[in-house]
Ligand binder design. Structure first.
Ligand code: HEC
Length: 127
């Protein structure tokens, strides 16, 4: 048994090195690997999905009841629905309207845009 001891460390080192190598080379860009499965957009809920997205991109910081920039209030379902119904929300987040949103920033994540669009095409329910 003793005779194998000196080899333990190098073998472990080789094993670990191989693990790191494999991990390092792993191609794990989800959107590229699973273009259809990575973004779940079915059955979107206003309160669980859409409202948090609008919060995350600071839409509400600029578009709230106290200070609705550009006259746009996105605080709560009823106010948001106005901008859904006049199509300006969809245009703004796709950067296809006069006012690309979020203002002075890159487009939202494609998956988040898809989620909002799916919620809208399902009738933009207060769910
Ligand atoms: C830094 C402040 C700020 C942020 C953040 C922001 N907006 Fe705006 N938004 C504005 C201003 C100001 C306007 C008025 C038009 C302009 O100045 O571009 C506006 C206009 C709009 C409009 C009206 C567009 C039109 O066609 O009339 C919509 C809809 C809108 N924003 C949605 C959003 C959404 C959705 C987000 C988050 C993804 C967002 N905004 C983030 C400041 C902001």
């Amino acid at each position: 048994m003793l005779i194998f001891k000196p080899y333990r460390f190098p073998l472990n080192a080789v094993f670990l090195f191989t693990c790191f190598l494999i991990l390092g080379c792993k191609y794990d860009n989800e959107e590229d690997l699973y273009p259809d499965n990575s973004c779940i957009t079915i059955d979107m809920s206003y309160s669980n999905d859409i409202s948090p997205i609008l919060q995350n991109y600071n839409c509400i910081s600029c578009h709230n009841t106290v200070n609705p920039q550009g006259g746009v209030n996105l605080e709560g379902y009823n106010k948001t629905k106005v901008w859904v119904d006049n199509s300006r929300l969809t245009k703004s987040i796709n950067h296809s309207g006069a006012s690309p949103m979020p203002k002075d920033q890159a487009k939202m994540d494609t998956c988040d845009i898809k989620k909002i669009e799916s919620w809208i095409s399902d009738g933009a329910r207060n769910n």
